[in-house]
Design a protein around this ligand. Structure first.
Ligand SMILES: Cc1ncc(COP(=O)(O)O)c(C=O)c1O
Length: 426
């Protein structure tokens, strides 16, 4: 059962005051808060175990290695993967860069095409822009409609600048046999849009049979049940800090056959098999992609976070978030009807818990600052998706994002305080 009262008790920060008001944290899309079990797992590790992994035969080092292995197994189980396919990185950005460099350098050449979407966070846009520019490949971008949903059929528009050709259009105009990589988000961090991943995968396999598929799961894995095998994708990238874990740890999941063919991304300790002065061989997965001492404490924390999420159940979390999203969206629509705000993004059925909006006539940063005075933390700006926000003809948006610890009461308070914003400027 989803016991929201008990869940909130698990997050000590939710008791803190901001400007004398109880915190209402609506910025989990940027980073989530951490439950006591995660904080405690990391403290305990430093107090009782701290030792480098893989390198020692002494008890603490062996214990440390075991804790990292256990965390990897938790993550693998969460996404239905094999342990050795889970690579610990620093964050989603590093995971995507790993693929763009290690796979991209050897597999993309002049005449090839990479497909992304306009919904992408800069993390899943710029690595591909730079790869395509360097290789003389074409970057193809699936456009969005006025609701922030991906277009299937839209006439292609060609942009050419600084040695990069970009084709913007609908899925049907962009997928063909020249496409070698399709990289798209599982949930937009701005609009909340949840693209139909399975349908897209099926379409890519039909129209671009040579293409590999990468899903940016930064906003997907924390909020719903994900099985990489069922999705039929090749790579999944996500960050621990957006799913109750600490900052500093991310994951790249890749299909074993694909990862085995890729060269390492970073070189150094722990990723080698045999080393001579004239060269080296590479370690087996996952070590091949984990050069140097990882964020061991962070990995332990992430393992604890995954355990916590699994105990509540990803399905339950998803269902609860959908409920509060629907509740918030209805109320926000009311404000829109009154002419108080402009609301962006799809209907509740096609989106997760992110709501972007602007108070009419008020800059997003001003709105966010006024709400902060009431203890409400929301983000404002381009949300690291500048081309997407620009296509709605606004310089910035305010964004409220929800997670398992948010409540209807917080939403009521938020709505009440949005009403105060225009009054400040009256
Ligand atoms: C959809 C999406 N992709 C990628 C990222 C980048 O994540 P990180 O900063 O942890 O690398 C974010 C962060 O907000 C995101 O929302």
């Amino acid at each position: 059962m989803f016991d929201i009262k008990k869940i909130r008790e698990d997050f000590p920060i939710l008791k803190r005051k901001v400007h004398g008001k109880t915190l209402v944290y609506f910025d989990s899309g940027a980073t989530s808060q951490k439950p006591e079990v995660v904080i405690e797992a990391m403290n305990k590790y430093y107090r009782e175990t701290n030792a480098n992994i893989h390198r020692g035969v002494y008890e603490m080092s062996v214990e440390s290695t075991r804790l990292v292995d256990e965390a990897r197994a938790e993550v693998a189980d969460l996404i239905g993967a094999r342990n050795e396919e889970v690579i610990f990185t620093r964050n989603t950005s590093e995971s995507i860069n790993l693929v763009a460099y290690s796979w991209g350098e050897d597999n993309i050449s002049t005449g090839d095409a990479v497909v992304i979407t306009k919904l992408e966070h800069h993390s899943n846009m710029i690595p591909w822009q730079e790869l395509c520019r360097k290789k003389g490949a074409e970057l193809r971008v699936v456009d969005v409609n006025e609701k922030g949903e991906l277009e299937n059929n839209k006439e292609a528009l060609i942009l050419e600048e600084n040695g990069l050709k970009v084709v913007v259009g609908g899925w049907n105009n962009l997928l063909d046999s020249r496409v070698k990589m399709v990289a798209f988000t599982g949930q937009s961090n701005v609009m909340g849009t949840e693209p139909p991943v399975k349908d897209i995968v099926e379409m890519v396999k039909r129209l671009s049979p040579e293409a590999l598929i990468l899903v940016d799961g930064a906003q997907m894995v924390p909020h719903m049940s994900v099985s990489v095998a069922k999705l039929g994708i090749d790579f999944l990238a996500f960050s621990g800090h957006k799913m109750l874990g600490p900052t500093g740890v991310g994951v790249l999941w890749g299909k074993k056959e694909v990862l085995n063919k890729m060269k390492p991304f970073l070189m150094g300790g722990d990723m080698i098999g045999e080393v001579k002065l004239t060269g080296a061989t590479w370690a087996e997965l996952p070590n091949k992609f984990e050069a140097g001492t990882p964020d061991i404490t962070g990995i332990v924390g992430m393992g604890a976070a995954v355990k916590y999420l699994k105990a509540i159940g990803m399905e339950n979390i998803h269902e609860y978030e959908k409920e509060i999203l629907k509740y918030a969206l209805e109320k926000m629509k009311g404000l829109e009807k009154e002419g108080l705000i402009n609301l962006y993004g799809p209907e509740a059925e096609n989106r997760g818990g992110a709501i972007p909006f602007n108070v009419v006539g008020v800059h997003a940063h001003d709105t966010a600052q006024i709400l902060d005075n009431y203890g409400i933390a929301v983000r404002s700006g381009h949300h690291c998706a500048a081309p997407l926000v620009a296509s709605f003809n606004v310089p910035a948006m305010v964004r409220a994002t929800f997670y398992l610890y948010n409540t209807r009461e917080e939403i009521d308070y938020f709505i009440e305080k949005i009403r105060e914003v225009p009054k400040v400027f009256a």
